[in-house]
Design a protein around this ligand. Structure first.
Ligand SMILES: NC(=O)c1ccc[n+]([C@@H]2O[C@H](COP(=O)([O-])OP(=O)(O)OC[C@H]3O[C@@H](n4cnc5c(N)ncnc54)[C@H](OP(=O)(O)O)[C@@H]3O)[C@@H](O)[C@H]2O)c1
Length: 284
């Protein structure tokens, strides 16, 4: 009997770590659905994935993660077309130079990196329940260590710093991972977070100008490739050894402890409640 092909849904697969993750998983036999915001870039990424894995089925759904309306529409498109989902990779993320408020009224980086992925996850969760072993992978970062959790400042109400806001959202990715893993215990669905490494991707390109340009150019010399950056996500998506591992943070394909503040369950609950209230997600 032919082996059942597994399906991966991945956000932000037009570039960087996401595109490489899609390429490597397609080469391992996974079918791929990319959720991306730009049709032209989606087509180019699809062609690259198919060049590496000609037998893969590769589809894309257009979504701008700065809009809950678009996330809902994209999730509906996915749910209407696909009977089940094996792996969800909440990969898309950015650091943004200036404070910008989205059409939904949230700071852009916070909505893109956390709130929209929170909403998307809740909307496709029933499809993951239909997989033999559903996996959710959230792209966090070592930057979470510098993330400050202040419920009165989620949307940079007290002033904006691109790096501070980015690090806060990466802490949110960890809080979400730990909370959701706890809530999904006993379902067979695993939830883990990843630091991909410091990767020579498109990350930070919005900041790569003016006096920061030479600093970016030098830093890139010391970064790892997108291929290397994708390795931990690919491992978590595909390796049998982690089929039952949940609620963990991985670097270099190895489980790594996170410290202090990341295990603050009061903060985790505050973020969870806020995210449910603002997105309407995870309602029974
Ligand atoms: N690079 C690093 O060193 C590093 C380190 C730690 C963690 N990470 C995390 O790794 C993940 C992947 O980052 P990367 O390095 O691969 O960055 P990247 O090369 O800049 O790729 C980011 C992806 O996110 C997509 N994206 C951004 N805003 C979006 C939106 N509003 N709607 C839909 N898609 C959107 C981009 O789409 P477009 O092509 O349309 O722009 C792109 O496909 C991120 O979560 C990042 O925080 C990266």
């Amino acid at each position: 009997m032919a082996q059942e092909q597994k399906l991966v849904l991945i956000t932000g697969a037009t570039e960087g770590v996401g595109k490489q993750t899609a390429i490597q998983l397609a080469a391992k036999g996974f079918n791929i659905v990319m959720m991306v915001r730009n049709k032209v870039r989606a087509g180019l990424a699809k062609a690259e994935i198919l060049a590496a894995a000609p037998n893969a089925q590769v589809d894309y759904i257009i979504v701008d993660l700065t809009s809950f309306k678009q996330v809902r529409a994209a999730a509906k498109q996915f749910n209407d077309k696909y009977p089940k989902l094996d792996v969800l990779i909440n990969n898309a993320g950015l650091i943004y130079p200036d404070k910008k408020i989205t059409e939904d009224g949230f700071e852009l980086c916070f909505q893109t990196n956390h709130l929209s992925h929170f909403l998307l996850t809740s909307l496709v969760l029933d499809k993951l329940r239909l997989s033999k072993q559903g996996r959710i992978i959230n792209l966090s970062s070592e930057g979470h260590k510098m993330g400050k959790f202040d419920p009165d400042n989620f949307n940079a109400e007290k002033g904006y710093s691109s790096i501070a806001q980015y690090c806060f959202t990466k802490l949110c990715n960890l809080y979400f991972t730990y909370s959701l893993a706890e809530k999904l215990k006993g379902t067979g669905i695993t939830v883990n977070a990843v630091h991909p490494g410091v990767v020579r991707s498109g990350f930070g390109s919005d900041l790569d100008k003016g006096w920061l340009k030479p600093i970016f150019a030098i830093s890139r010399l010391f970064m790892i490739s997108n291929e290397q950056g994708a390795a931990t996500s690919v491992f978590l998506a595909s390796d049998p050894s982690v089929a039952k591992v949940t609620g963990k943070y991985f670097k270099n394909s190895k489980e790594t402890a996170t410290k202090g503040n990341t295990h603050n369950t009061t903060n985790q609950q505050i973020l969870w409640d806020y995210s449910v209230e603002k997105t309407g997600a995870f309602k029974p």
